[in-house]
Design a protein around this ligand. Structure first.
Ligand code: ACO
Ligand code: ACO
Length: 153
């Protein structure tokens, strides 16, 4: 996928909001960070095919709070491009640390984030039990814990 471009946006369409729910199934939680997030989309042939949201957390620290690629376009490098873009953007804005969190059962995501330089730093035990109303099953496992990863910029 060479002809992908990435641009900043200020609000999301209904379709993009739905895509954000692929990464984070709670509408309430997505709404809680959407407004204040830096938002970027990946565009292919004029249409958005991926999105990444970043938020300020602590001083000099930014978190990729949501990243998602449309189903038909996954495993073609677009998620990697969004991660690479986010890392470069954070560096250019003088952040010191970039973070990302994902489910302990999210094997593909854990692979991808480590491929792009993120390293595990801690576990938010029972994060998905505490903050999500419904049980989440992924890779035939009940998702309970969040793995937090970070890299220095
Ligand atoms: N085990 C190991 N590797 C895997 C697995 C797996 N189970 N599944 C996929 N992969 C690999 C692919 O082979 C590919 O490897 P490669 O880089 O060597 O080619 C890589 O993972 C995927 O890389 P990309 O194609 O760059 O990523 P993609 O465009 O598919 O986007 C994303 C990744 C965003 C996670 C996408 O799959 C998606 O939208 N998933 C649903 C939403 C989601 O889970 N979002 C992340 C939640 S966490 C958060 O938002 C902070
Ligand atoms: N992603 C997701 N699932 C996977 C992957 C993968 N990359 N690779 C295998 N699996 C699944 C299989 O599909 C199977 O799933 P299922 O239970 O739904 O059928 C499961 O993992 C493997 O289960 P078993 O067949 O019961 O385990 P196996 O007899 O293969 O033994 C072991 C596992 C011991 C890890 C074996 O693969 C092995 O000897 N590996 C090399 C040595 C090693 O890594 N040992 C562990 C090091 S850590 C330690 O020793 C404490």
């Amino acid at each position: 996928m060479e002809n992908i471009s990435i641009s900043s946006i200020t609000s999301v369409s209904d379709n993009l909001f739905k895509l954000l729910l692929d990464a984070d199934p709670s509408k309430n939680i997505v709404q809680s960070y959407l407004k204040r997030a830096y938002k970027f989309i990946a565009i292919f042939k004029g249409a958005p095919v991926g999105i990444v949201l970043l938020i300020d957390t602590r001083p000099e620290t930014i978190e990729i709070i949501n990243i998602a690629v449309s189903k038909d376009y996954r495993n073609q490098g677009i998620g990697g491009k969004l991660l690479e873009y986010s890392i470069k953007w954070a560096k250019s804005k003088k952040y010191r640390v970039i973070e990302i969190g994902t489910g302990s059962t999210s094997f593909g995501q854990l692979y991808l984030y480590q491929k792009y330089g993120f390293r595990p730093v801690s576990i938010d035990r029972d994060f998905f039990v505490t903050h999500y109303p419904h049980r989440i099953i992924e890779n035939k496992l009940v998702l309970k814990d969040m793995v937090r990863l970070q890299q220095y910029l």
